[in-house]
Each structure stands twice: as C-alpha cells, then as structure tokens.
Design a protein around this ligand. Structure first.
Ligand code: HEC
Ligand SMILES: [Cu+2]
Length: 385
C-alpha cells in the first residue's frame, strides 16, 4: 500500500513502509481531530457559559449517564482500532517469514558487521536484492544497539547475549540510510551505514565475487579447532550428543522438559552449557563464554544448523581460500571498511575471520586462559557483557 506520505517522513522503500505510514497517518489524524475539537470546545464553552452578571450562580449538574457512556464507549472503540491495527502490523514486522534470505548482524561500538550465508562480509554497508525477503539475525559484542532503516520502517534493538530479528522486503533499488537508534556511547551518532538494494542479477554477481567461506564452513572449522568435535562426533560414541538434525527440534532437557533448539538455545548451549543439560548426558561440556566472539558463535550455529539440513550444506569447496586473510570485508565493497567512522578496527575484530590456533581469541589468551587446550574453560573474560 503506497499512501501519500506525510511531510517529513522518509522515503517508502519496503513492503511494510506504506502500512506503517497508514497507521501513523491514522494516529496523526485522530490526534489532530481531537486537539482541534477540544480547543474549539474550550473557546465555544468559554463564550457560551460565560458569567453574564455579577451575582449569577450556575446550575448544579447531577451527572449524565448518556454523556458518560458516550465518552467511555467512543474512546474505547477508537483505541481498539489502534490496538488491533497496531498489533497486526506488529506481528507482520516481528515475525520473519520462513523463506527469507538470512544475514547475520553483529553490532559493536561503533559499527555494524554483516555476514551473508554465502560468506561475504561487510561493515556499515549491507547489500540486498530488491523484491526478496531478508531476515536479519542480530546480536552485539558490547552494549545495546538498535538497528534501524527508516526507509524500510524497521527497527529492532540489538541486545548482548541474545538474538533479535528484523526482516524486510525492499521494493526499490537504491541506497538507504541505516542507523543505530540506541545511544551507545561516544560515537553513537557515527554508527550509521547504508543498505544497498540491488537488482537480483547484480546482487548475484556481487555475491559470487566474495572470497570468504560461508558462515557454516567457518563454523565447521571452529568446530574442529575448538575441540567440539572430540565430544560431538557423528557416531554415537562421543561424550556429547550427536548434533546432526538437532536444530529446530525439541530437545529433552534434564528437569525442564522439551526445549526447542533454536539459535538462542544453541548459543546458550555453547556459552553456558550447564544451564540446560541434555537428558542422558553429564554436564561435562566446558563453557566457551569469552573464548568465541559473537560472530564465531553465529558461525558455529550456522554449522550446527547445516547439519541435517541438506539444502544448506556446508560448502567447503573454497575451504582455506582467504581464510588466513585478516580482512573483514569481501573486497567487493572496499569502501565499506573506509566508511567506518573510526578507521581500521582493533585486532580484536580481526580474530573473527581467522581461526586462531587452539581457538582462543586474543583476549581469551590475554586474560589468562590456561593456554593451548582448545577446550580450556578459563578464557573467561567479561568483554562480552
Ligand atoms: C568435553 C566434551 C564436550 C566438548 C569439548 C563440547 N561439548 Fe557440547 N556437549 C557436551 C555434552 C556432554 C553435552 C550434553 C550435556 C549438556 O547439554 O551440557 C553437550 C551439549 C551441546 C549442545 C546441545 C546439544 C543438544 O542435543 O541439544 C550443543 C549445541 C553443543 N554441545 C555444542 C558444542 C560446541 C559448539 C562445542 C565447541 C565449541 C562443544 N559443544 C564442545 C560435551 C562437549
Ligand atoms: Cu549503537
């Protein structure tokens, strides 16, 4: 629905922008109507019921059932229209469709990092095809941020230790501003970027130009280097459960019944394994909290998801290629790196693309990990929180 826009509102460039604007216009119209009505009545009544003589006494009023019913029922009906309309739009906005392209987003003071399922990474720049549904799975390495693209009328808080989602379907090619809309520190105002909406063919060409592995393939490497594979084997002989086909299925948890294995569950299983112990197993899995970055967690999850979901198979075809390159961009959008207001980022950020031997992140090692052992439990730093 493309209604005429209100003045001062941004361009409409997604399937929901028209609907959001329609609701917003409705709210503005109601507000104007009642503001005008109330103001007019103030003046009208002030004149009509003005004191006409020095000793005039007004008639006492005993109340009016008719009037009270009216001013209860009418606002109730109006607020119900707002509620029903708003709620249905909310469900549209916050329930990502199943058939969407998935992109991982990690916020960080003060930049947005994206990774596409095909492997491309970018910073402060997001390439998407026009006319396709795109789902963003988002988290942050530090404080709360908020991902907003005004032209798409979407916004979603990005919260440490959690995955939040947003989705959109762009209706027009072009470049649209992207913002952080949660005050997140000194350079919050610089935490902006661009969404580049491309023709599907141009997007495909852009995608195939990338050099890095898919997140699932990167996750598979981490799975080996972090020692996960020693316990989680593909046969049932390992000390941990077989992870094939786990994603999206309910898991029997000791003392908690069935829990759906979604991204949040997998994340918790890795960062805090003792929180939900799979029935039939001992709580022997070490916590990887602080040893894997948010991006690595997303890669591990992408890998686990790819197990038992053949269509998302881990393409190891270009395994090794570009893996050692400490570059976080694909080379396709070289200015992505530059558009980062802070210039090149700390080595911390680079860890995400290189599989560090033993899997310990630089800060994991610095903060006194026992060193060496891929399953060391003592990486524990608090940088993530
Ligand atoms: C020392 C052995 C061991 C290592 C190493 C290990 N795990 Fe585990 N893992 C287990 C055990 C045992 C369980 C089941 C008990 C539990 O839930 O804590 C488990 C549970 C899980 C689950 C939940 C599985 C389910 O069926 O619901 C996931 C996901 C998981 N591990 C991922 C990983 C990843 C990723 C790594 C590497 C970063 C890893 N594990 C390293 C032993 C291990
Ligand atoms: Cu921010």
């Amino acid at each position: 629905m493309q209604l005429p826009r209100l003045p001062f509102t941004p361009e409409q460039a997604s399937t929901v922008s028209g609907e959001v604007d329609a609701l917003y216009t409705y709210l503005v119209a109601i507000t104007i109507f009642f503001s005008v009505l109330v103001t007019a009545l103030i003046f009208y009544f002030a004149v009509k019921y003005r004191r006409r003589s020095e000793n005039e006494l007004p008639q006492p009023i005993a109340g009016s059932v008719k009037l009270e019913t009216m001013w209860t029922v009418i606002p109730f009906l109006i607020s119900m229209t707002i509620f029903v309309w708003g709620a249905s739009l909310y469900f549209t906005l916050y329930r990502p469709p199943k058939d969407a392209i998935e992109i991982y987003v990690v916020g960080k003071q003060w930049m947005w990092k994206f990774q596409h399922t095909e492997g491309q990474r970018e910073i402060n720049e997001l390439h998407v095809p026009v006319g396709a549904k795109v789902k963003l799975t988002m988290t942050t390495e530090d404080v709360i941020h908020s991902f907003a693209v005004p032209a798409f009328r979407i916004r979603s808080d990005v919260v440490p230790g959690r995955y939040t989602y947003a989705w959109f379907e762009a209706t027009k090619t072009g470049r649209y501003h992207l913002f952080c809309t949660e005050f997140c520190g000194t350079n919050h105002s610089g935490m902006t970027g661009w969404v580049e909406v491309m023709e599907p063919t141009a997007y495909q060409a852009w995608l195939s130009g990338g050099g890095s592995d898919s997140p699932a393939a990167q996750g598979e490497k981490l799975f080996q280097s972090l020692g996960c594979a020693t316990c989680h084997r593909t046969d049932t002989q390992g000390r941990g459960p077989v992870l094939t086909g786990v994603f999206g299925k309910p898991q029997r948890i000791q003392g908690a019944g069935d829990v759906l294995a979604d991204e949040a569950y997998l994340r918790e299983s890795i960062t805090n394994p003792a929180a939900k112990v799979v029935e039939g197993f001992q709580p022997i899995m070490p916590s990887y909290q602080g040893q894997v970055s948010e991006e690595q967690l997303l890669q591990l999850i992408a890998y686990i998801r790819s197990l038992g979901a053949p269509d998302q198979g881990t393409t190891m075809t270009n395994a090794g290629a570009g893996q050692e390159e400490p570059s976080t961009t694909t080379g396709i959008a070289p200015d992505a790196q530059r558009s980062n207001p802070l210039g090149p980022t700390s080595p911390n950020q680079m860890q995400n693309n290189t599989s560090t031997p033993g899997g310990l992140s630089p800060q994991g090692r610095r903060s006194g990990g026992t060193g060496g052992g891929g399953t060391s439990q003592t990486g524990g730093n608090s940088n993530n929180r």
